[in-house]
Design a protein around this ligand. Structure first.
Ligand code: ADP
Length: 395
């Protein structure tokens, strides 16, 4: 590791360096072995081939496989005394793996948790990426402290791609990953179902081995976009073992085309996000929409994509003290444009409308996510503009 040992300096450098990266995309999976690194490497390669300045960062501290997949396992990363310099791969791709910093990629890495996180932090702060359109981050698997620290250190992650396989257990893990993203306020770009069906080397037809399609159904259930199915393809194993990035060396195969197509929703994501996104504010108490908005415990802010009708993020924020006139500008400041409320008096509604916010009152006391989903699907039934507190009859 390079000689920059000053943690404060490292922090400043980290912020400054990360600010020059336009889009930070984290690749997550509920567990190891589902093809997360393979997908991360091929997404990065496809973006670079499409002309984007791309970085590929492997912080999978338990099994950094990016060096092998990219055929860079014998390379050592350079440092100029202050910074670590990524390895260039073709014109547009730069690669850094935690594996480059370890002496022997075969040796198991046994570290205490804080040491691992410290190492990830130090590394993130030290890499000099320069200007990047995309940084693709191959995160440690699961939803523990390591992916959590990586995401927090990256700050304002643009979105997450979740990789799964079609088996039932893997699908359960995806739910955990989606919830993890929600907790960290990271929008889910979508789910990829990898190893979905098998491409027969004899006849080139795709045969289902595990039941495919589970990931797709789960994505639908969880209201997150589905980005596609990648079959089990012996060429991927061969490419991975030989250190030949699959989409580059097998570009003519149908599987490579599927992988290439996956970058489109990633590229469209930010643009679309700005165009179609809308934030809804829902006064909440005890996990349900609260009829009396002035007495709610928190406001649930739910970001939705109106076009794909999906929930992108959910955040609960404690509102300021309830003094008339304070709440509407505060809700607006959080970026919301619509309030889905229970009972609300005409005067209170006017205060929100004056702020340019739309109000839909009379919504039911349901889980905020359900209320938002019903609103998106046009199935939200609003009842009488009432109040569920017997003590406050006059709204
Ligand atoms: P993870 O990062 O989730 O641990 P890897 O990307 O390292 O998983 O993949 C694990 C193994 O599975 C590797 O040998 C890789 O080549 C192989 N693999 C990944 N995706 C596919 C696929 N679609 N078809 C065939 N083999 C695959």
């Amino acid at each position: 590791m390079c000689s920059c040992e000053n943690p404060e300096m490292n922090e400043v450098l980290l912020k400054e360096r990360i600010s020059r990266i336009k889009n930070k995309i984290v690749i997550l999976s509920g567990k190891g072995g589902v093809g997360k690194s393979t997908v991360a490497a091929n997404i990065a390669m496809s973006l670079a081939l499409a002309g984007f300045k791309t970085g590929l960062l492997d912080v999978d501290i338990h099994g950094p496989s990016i060096p092998t997949i990219m055929g860079l396992q014998d390379k050592k990363i350079q440092n100029d005394g202050i910074s670590l310099l990524p390895l260039g791969y073709g014109n547009n791709l730069k690669v850094v793996s935690i594996g480059f910093l370890l002496d022997n990629s075969d040796s198991a890495i046994i570290w205490r948790g804080p040491a691992k996180i410290g190492f990830i932090k130090q590394m993130l702060g030290q890499v000099e990426w320069g200007e990047l359109d995309y940084l693709i981050v191959d995160c440690p698997p699961g939803t523990g402290d390591e992916p959590l620290s990586a995401i927090q250190l990256l700050e304002n992650v643009t979105g997450a791609v979740i990789v799964t396989t079609p088996q039932k257990l893997a699908i359960t893990d995806v739910r955990k990953s989606v919830n993890f993203c929600e907790r960290l306020n990271v929008p889910v770009i979508g789910v990829i179902e990898n190893m979905s069906g098998f491409v027969c080397p004899e006849c080139n037809k795709t045969v289902d081995i595990f039941k495919s399609g589970g990931g797709e159904r789960m994505a639908q259930d969880m209201n997150v976009p589905f980005l596609g199915k990648i079959p089990l393809d012996p060429n991927i194993v061969e490419a991975g073992d030989e250190g030949k990035p699959f989409v580059y060396f097998y570009s003519k195969t149908p599987t490579a085309k599927i992988m290439e197509n996956i970058i489109q929703p990633i590229v469209d994501f930010k643009e679309k996000k700005e165009k179609n996104n809308m934030k809804i504010a829902i006064p909440t108490a005890q996990g349900k929409l609260c009829q009396h908005f002035g007495h709610c415990e928190v406001f649930t802010f739910i970001e939705i994509d109106e076009e794909t009708k999906t929930i992108i993020s959910k955040e609960e924020i404690v509102p300021p003290e309830h003094i008339p006139g304070i709440m509407p500008p505060w809700v607006k400041e959080q970026g919301a444009s619509l309030v889905l409320a229970g009972g609300m008096g005409g005067r209170a509604q006017d205060l929100f409308i004056e702020q340019g916010l739309k109000i839909l009152a009379g919504c039911p006391s349901e889980d905020p996510e359900k209320v938002a989903t019903d609103y998106l699907n046009g199935t939200l039934v609003t009842g009488a503009n009432g109040c569920d507190h017997s003590h406050c009859g006059s709204h």
